[in-house]
Design a binder for this molecule. Structure first.
Ligand SMILES: NC(=O)c1ccc[n+]([C@@H]2O[C@H](COP(=O)([O-])OP(=O)(O)OC[C@H]3O[C@@H](n4cnc5c(N)ncnc54)[C@H](O)[C@@H]3O)[C@@H](O)[C@H]2O)c1
Length: 397
């Protein structure tokens, strides 16, 4: 394949630059006039981005992408050696957990072993991926003086990076004064405020933030299940709790809590704490158990082998097109196990097996709203259909 010509000098290379974290960040830096190269292994997304097309939903990003591709501030490369040309090397590749919920740290460290030959001691290496604590120190040991290591975790809600990059303070930590100074300088170009912390603090800020959200959702989901079993509407309880009562304001509504980060980072924290994180594990059991709770409740009323069930919303949260680790699929799988005929629909995620929301409503006996996409607000469901709508976005005819 013919590679694009990359300038001899670049300000920033983002490795994993075509992903959900790397791409909006690259666009934001390029929009500030920096020469940015997005380095990745995904050829399909590379072709799209070079044409100024966003490969996934990121509100407000595409017009800026088109501009920075056109003015040459943003380039794309599938050649990892591009990092040798950059002053700042931002790492935004995935940091998953394995099938036993242990962080795959070796894979991440091996990646640094592979890129070591392209780095020099003056480069600023910014870890943007979420890492298992101690990882940055291990990277420093592995690189043996090549590069200054900083950790600048991302805390943005997926889909809204262009807005939140400007609004949220950026945590910056580093393993040398130069790493902290330089990473702060770079992020000051796009962030409202820089908060400097020690490395250990930064590593925990990121994991605690996601575990905190995950536990909050678990509290709401547990309250929902208790209310439902008691014959009481959780939403009414929640509204009454919050009205004029500031201390209860942060109680979320119930709903599927999933996606590629919250559970994974809660489990990373647990692994780090020698598997001693009871609250995190309890949250996992509750959040991952919500689809089972819904199915068990349906089984009390229906012979599922004779029931047609439609699931509205297949992404892991509202108004995005990302289906990674969405609980809608788990719900469908359990229902199918009991013999139900299942229909899937989504407004953003495309799949030839999905049907339109109208077709799903017509063909289903029971409709489950799994994601509160804006397109479902006010959606009218015929009287003769049963609806499970935790967010109460739909309306009965
Ligand atoms: N998605 C989020 O909202 C979010 C928020 C905060 C933190 N994070 C963290 O950021 C990191 C990335 O997450 P993401 O959601 O952007 O993942 P992603 O899968 O969307 O993006 C990762 C990108 O890295 C690329 N990649 C993988 N291996 C590579 C390699 N060896 N060389 C070059 N490119 C490579 C992939 O092709 C992909 O484009 C993870 O650590 C995640 O936990 C994600």
């Amino acid at each position: 394949m013919m590679e694009d010509k990359i300038d001899d000098k670049l300000d920033v290379v983002i490795v994993g630059g075509l992903g959900h974290v790397g791409l909006p960040l690259g666009i934001a830096f390029a929009d500030k006039g920096l020469k940015v190269c997005l380095c990745d292994i995904d050829k399909k997304n590379a072709d799209l981005v070079k044409k100024g097309v966003m490969p996934f939903i990121e509100y407000g990003a595409e017009p800026i992408l088109k501009k920075v591709i056109k003015n040459g501030k943003l380039t794309v490369s599938l050649d990892i050696s591009a990092i040798s040309k950059a002053q700042y090397v931002v790492i935004a590749i995935g940091t998953p957990v394995d099938e036993y919920l242990n962080p795959k740290t070796r894979q991440f460290l091996e990646f640094f072993d592979d890129i070591k030959k392209y780095l020099n001691e003056d480069q600023i290496i910014i870890i943007r991926s979420t890492v298992y604590p101690h990882t940055c120190q291990q990277i420093l040991n592995l690189l043996n003086g090549k590069g200054q290591i900083s950790y600048c975790p991302e805390r943005i809600v997926q889909g809204y990076a262009i807005k939140e990059l400007k609004e949220l303070p950026q945590i910056v930590a580093g393993l040398s004064d130069k790493a902290v100074e330089e990473a702060s300088k770079l992020f000051s170009m796009v962030s409202l405020k820089i908060i400097r912390t020690s490395m250990g603090e930064a590593e925990l800020v990121k994991l605690f933030s996601n575990a905190w959200r995950y536990i909050q959702f678990a509290v709401a989901n547990q309250f929902y299940m208790i209310s439902h079993n008691f014959g009481v509407d959780y939403d009414k309880v929640r509204n009454a709790m919050r009205e004029g009562y500031e201390r209860a304001h942060s109680l979320p509504s119930a709903g599927f809590a999933a996606g590629p980060c919250l559970l994974k980072d809660t489990m990373q924290l647990s692994a780090f704490n020698i598997n001693n994180f009871l609250l995190g594990h309890a949250a996992m059991m509750i959040n991952e158990g919500l689809p089972n709770f819904i199915v068990e409740d349906l089984r009390k009323k229906h012979d599922l082998s004779k029931t047609k069930i439609g699931i509205l919303g297949m992404t892991f949260k509202a108004d995005i097109d990302d289906i990674r680790d969405s609980l809608s699929f788990k719900l469908g799988k359990i229902l199918r196990f009991y013999g139900a005929k299942i229909f899937y629909s989504d407004e953003y995620a495309k799949n030839p097996d999905f049907v339109s929301k109208e077709e799903l409503i017509t063909n289903s006996d029971v409709i489950i709203v799994a994601v509160p996409h804006s397109a479902y607000k006010g959606l009218v469901i015929p009287q003769d259909k049963e609806v499970i709508d935790l967010w109460k976005v739909t309306k009965k005819e």
